[in-house]
Design a protein. Structure first.
Length: 589
């Protein structure tokens, strides 16, 4: 059987790689794990760290394979191939065992977010109702905490806590080969603009994107990983769990909560394990800089870090610059910054920069940007590139209204094609056809994923500028909410970074801008009028736009997705329902 070692798979509004650069599709992941267990059995696959960096559990490839076989054998007593199994776990390696058990059993895994403060999120309830699981894979502590609350939704599904199963009785289970186009798992979208949808990821999608990631990131059998992003989220699962197994290397994992409490513990793990690859959303790099400023930097050596990937939310030039300045004395190179772009509907990765070259940045005219055009202008607003289409993939920029390809320099919707594009949305055939099998006007060729994101291609480099559904249009000019939110959070030190939402609501004279922004917990004694005035002045100065209302709220009021994105649609709905605990409302202009 082929194993995914380096070099083994060679493989206009449009950007893609040449045909000869397209990789061959590798075998399904269950076959790769079986090969690892047979020929690299004692190699460490995963280690889980506590927030102090101490290893609490380890899995070799033999351990993972044998435990997954045992769980798969038990699972098949309750499920038929194609049934769904809910994966409900606290951070730890049991999740990985359960995921591969589902692949072995041909049961469709449905990863969900664990409860926060013993409270099950509404998104989780929505996913359960939509997927109708036939079993719940979990551990005893989680089952005791949530079964009383979720039992009615899962009344037909047995709860199978891995720590209570006698797996040795089922290790004679032998998985059957997976058909490449069969369903591997359901990756539910984050719900940042709508209710979560189950993205149907096939074995072909998984394998294709793993090879794309390997080639784009420059990975080989010497690559080492450190990760903290949630395993139930596509970045954590596809990037930090499956990519290391695909390569046959070791991944050192930590809980998201450990990173949130002590961001520099992430960098300490990178230093200790000499990680080649690690990353996260843009806010993670900001958090490290902020904690370094408050408490100093421990003894680190980050010279090993070759791929510091940054994706999942708008990438800020200022963030990259400050991170480099802060950690360059500790061996970090600015050329290690690796900006990228992806979506759950593209399995994970759709574009990435070139390893070792750092991100590309262009300065553009802000006025033209508001008119859906990109005009380079020295000293203008910086846009950070998200790289080129991954090998075997294609990107196009298309007018979302006419479905015609955009001319050079024109902002449009990002359309994606390739074997990594998912097969559809679970039980949503019409939406699947409209979103994942779109065609450009007048063309009869291949289909595309409509990402819902806006961007532009410059010399084949993708620059992402916002979400189509989030664009604020006031007096005929487009404004991108993340730009306004960044301006607001920089306006006064009392405001919490990555904790604001900008959106438009109907007003007497047309659409008006509303900003809802959380205040830092340690700055609640600030003068509210001064903070609000600073926000208004900054918006007028930077965007030539007068906000209709600025609402300053207590910490923790704005709802976020599992990857840390602000849910603007939920913020708008709550605003319209007057549902905020206001710290100090600013007067309406």
């Amino acid at each position: 059987m082929r194993t995914p070692r380096t070099g083994e798979y060679d493989g206009g509004g449009r950007a893609g790689r040449e045909k000869e650069d397209v990789p061959h599709t590798p075998p399904p992941l269950p076959e790769i794990l079986q090969h690892r267990a047979a020929f690299e059995a004692d190699r460490r696959a995963y280690a889980f760290l506590d927030e102090h960096g101490q290893e609490t559990s380890v899995l070799t490839y033999r351990d993972l394979h044998e435990r997954a076989l045992g769980v798969a054998g038990r699972l098949r007593r309750h499920c038929r191939p194609g049934d769904r199994a809910l994966l409900l776990f606290p951070p730890g390696l049991d999740f990985i065992v359960a995921y591969f058990a589902c692949l072995y059993a041909h049961v469709v895994a449905v990863p969900v977010s664990p409860p926060r403060a013993r409270r099950v999120q509404e998104a989780t309830r929505s996913i359960i109702r939509d997927s109708e699981p036939a079993a719940v894979l979990t551990v005893t502590t989680m089952m005791e905490a949530v079964e009383p609350e979720l039992g009615a939704l899962c009344e037909a599904a047995p709860w199978l806590p891995l720590d209570q199963l006698k797996l040795s009785a089922y290790t004679d289970f032998r998985p059957e080969p997976c058909a490449p186009d069969s369903l591997a798992f359901l990756q539910y979208t984050s719900g940042s603009t709508a209710a979560p949808k189950g993205v149907m990821v096939s074995h072909r999608n998984l394998s294709a994107n793993q090879e794309m990631i390997r080639r784009a990131f420059g990975h080989d059998e010497r690559s080492t990983f450190v990760g903290w992003t949630p395993m139930y989220h596509d970045m954590g699962l596809i990037g930090n769990v499956l990519q290391p197994m695909y390569l046959g290397v070791t991944s050192h994992l930590m809980a998201p909560e450990a990173f949130i409490r002590r961001p520099l513990s992430w960098l300490a793990a990178i230093s200790r394990y000499r990680a080649h690859t690690s990353g996260g959303p843009n806010f993670a790099f900001d958090a490290c800089v902020a904690h370094a400023a408050r408490s100093g930097v421990p003894d680190l050596d980050l010279s090993c870090w070759q791929v510091a990937f940054n994706g999942a939310e708008p990438i800020r030039h200022e963030t990259l610059r400050r991170f480099t300045e802060t950690f360059a004395p500790f061996g970090f190179s600015g050329n290690a910054h690796y900006t990228c772009y992806g979506a759950a509907e593209a399995t994970l990765l759709a574009s990435g920069s070139t390893k070792g070259e750092g991100p590309r940045t262009v300065e553009v005219d802000a006025e033209a940007l508001g008119g859906q055009r990109v005009v380079e202008a020295a000293g203008g607003q910086p846009l950070v590139g998200s790289g080129r289409a991954v090998p075997g993939g294609e990107l196009r920029i298309v007018d979302p209204e006419t479905a015609l390809p955009c001319p050079p320099g024109r902002i449009g919707e990002i359309w994606i094609a390739g074997d990594h594009v998912a097969t559809g949305y679970w039980r949503r055939p019409e939406q699947s056809a409209a979103t994942l099998r779109a065609r450009c006007a007048g063309e009869t060729g291949g289909s595309y994923l409509r990402s819902g994101d806006l961007g532009v291609l410059i010399d084949d480099e993708l620059y992402v500028v916002g979400r189509l559904k989030d664009v604020i249009i006031i007096r005929g000019r487009n404004h991108y909410p993340h730009d306004i939110e960044h301006t607001v959070q920089s306006a006064h030190p009392a405001l919490q970074p990555t904790a604001g939402a900008a959106f438009a609501v109907p007003g007497s004279g047309g659409e008006k801008l509303v900003v809802v922004q959380e205040v830092r917990r340690d700055r609640l004694g600030e003068d509210a009028a001064e903070v609000a005035a600073s926000v208004r002045q900054a918006i007028v100065r930077e965007h030539e736009l007068s906000p209709g209302e600025v609402v300053l709220v207590l910490p923790g009021q704005l709802q976020k997705t599992s990857s840390g994105k602000i849910m603007r649609s939920a913020a708008k709905q709550r605003y319209l329902e007057s549902g905020y605990d206001v710290w100090a409302p600013a007067p309406v202009a």
